[in-house]
Design a protein around this ligand. Sequence first.
Ligand SMILES: [Zn+2]
Length: 53
Amino acid sequence: MKLICKCGNVEDLNTDKTVENYEIRNCDDGTAALVCKKCNEVVFINLKNSSKF
Ligand SMILES: [Zn+2]
C-alpha cells in the first residue's frame, strides 16, 4: 500500500518498515490519520481494508 500526498511525498506502508515521512494518528473508528511532515496535509486511510498495516 502506498501513501501519496499532494506535495509528492510518497511513503510505502509496510509492517516491517517505519513510516518516516508521515506522522501517524490512530482513530477509534478504524481509520488512521497520517500527517505529511512536508506540508502538514492530513491523509486518511481505512485500516479495516488493509491487512498489511
Ligand atoms: Zn505533503
